[in-house]
Design a protein around this ligand. Structure first.
Ligand code: NAD
Ligand code: DAU
Length: 338
């Protein structure tokens, strides 16, 4: 089979490319990735010859040409970081909305048999202390990032309803695992702790996130391709929920680092309080269940960041340092006890 993957040099996309070619070594994958700050060729080192990286922007490329002989598309490419969208949303609209529409249109013209759109639980907005989001929950995106993902998700719906184009949408919870950019919470906290740097917890760390290991997410995406129904949406959660503070404390305990590294810093504007997914539909229709328990997955992930010095060194290079100092070093609470 020949697949087209977008954003396959990023965190989830590169894990998916590895996952797929490990289990299906005779398949071919065309990977369109612009290699933004979040895309990293090192994420694909050692990937088998069945993979071709095409360094192009989905908002500009001739996408139909890249779809020659392709049977299925997995669309991961996006601007993915909420904090960056708060600073400047333009590129989020361009990539996440325009890029998605261009990809859908090219795939429709090419009569691609399956198009899997990787959406997110953030389209639903935030929950209070109780309840889970089902696939029918209303859209209430709160950050510019989430709003652009909601627009992409709705475009996918419109392509199914209007053209009967076989799109399937997945909405996963927070992913963790190897090759995640260190702007994101788990690798940020882990690599800071390993370097003896402060761990900047937003607000009081009371927000709740549901965490899925990226390998479980990849397995779910394969099940979506094999057994998902066109026009349907599948929540992909793990059931492992934790406050940010509890998670940071778990990281410190697993790394044997002191709690004194924690800093409570000024909160993210519009910070969603709680995400929790009802994933019963995916269990029932896809026959998929997550297999990796949070503490075991986290332990393996922390080991990966500890052992992959060269990857961490380059991911935390000059442009990251610039971003980090702008985002954190003057933030209220960060310099406390330094
Ligand atoms: P990431 O930021 O690590 O990777 C995004 C990739 O897309 C990068 O390789 C980047 O170079 C590429 N890209 C960005 N703009 C592009 C463009 N215009 N053209 C081509 N390539 C472009 O993101 P991720 O965390 O791997 O997320 C992948 C997808 O999964 C995104 O759509 C995201 O919204 C969704 N998602 C992520 C999570 C999570 O916890 N990380 C959870 C649910 C859904
Ligand atoms: O829920 C799915 C979403 O998960 C995806 O759609 C996004 O692409 C992905 O980035 C992620 O979004 P979050 O905003 O939840 O992830 P992030 O890693 O940025 O933050 C996780 C939580 O940790 C969130 O409540 C904010 C908090 N946080 C984050 C950072 C970077 C901190 O307390 N301190 C930090 O320095």
């Amino acid at each position: 089979m020949k697949l087209l993957v977008t954003g396959g040099a990023g965190f989830i996309g590169s894990n998916f490319v590895r996952y797929w070619l490990r289990d299906h070594p005779s398949d071919r994958i065309v990977n369109i990735d612009k290699l933004t700050y979040a895309g990293n060729r090192q994420n694909l080192e050692g990937v088998s010859p069945g993979h071709e990286l095409v360094c192009e922007d989905i908002a500009e490329a001739n996408l139909e040409e890249q779809m020659e002989g392709v049977e299925a598309v997995f669309h991961f490419a996006a601007e993915s970081h909420v904090d960056r969208s708060i600073d400047s949303a333009d590129v989020f609209v361009r990539t996440n909305v325009l890029g998605t529409q261009r990809l859908l249109e090219a795939a429709r013209r090419r009569r691609i048999a399956r198009f899997v759109l990787i959406s997110t639980d953030e389209v639903y907005g935030a929950l209070g202390d109780s309840g889970d989001f089902t696939e029918d929950a209303p859209f209430r995106p709160n950050s510019p990032y989430a709003a652009t993902k909601a627009a992409a998700d709705l475009l996918a719906r419109s392509y199914f309803k209007t053209y009967q184009f076989p799109v399937i949408v997945t909405r996963a919870c927070n992913n963790y695992g190897p090759y995640q950019h260190p702007e994101k919470m788990i690798p940020l906290m882990t690599t800071n702790a390993l370097n003896g740097l402060p761990l900047p917890v937003y607000g009081e760390g009371a927000q709740v996130r549901e965490w899925i290991h990226v390998e479980d997410h990849c397995r779910a995406l394969e099940a979506v391709l094999r057994r998902g129904r066109p026009g349907e949406v599948y929540n992909l959660g793990s059931g492992y929920r934790s406050t940010n503070l509890e998670l940071v404390q778990m990281i410190l305990r697993l790394l044997d680092k002191p709690a004194s590294l924690i800093r409570f810093v000024a909160d993210r504007p519009g910070h969603d309080f709680r995400y929790a997914l009802d994933s019963a539909k995916a269990h029932r229709e896809l026959g998929w269940e997550p297999q990796i328990a949070l503490e075991a997955g986290l332990e393996q992930t922390l080991r990966w960041y500890r052992d992959n010095h060269e990857w961490v060194r380059s991911a935390r290079g000059d442009s990251y340092q610039q971003y980090y100092s702008q985002m954190y070093e003057n933030r209220e609470g960060y310099r406390q006890n330094l």
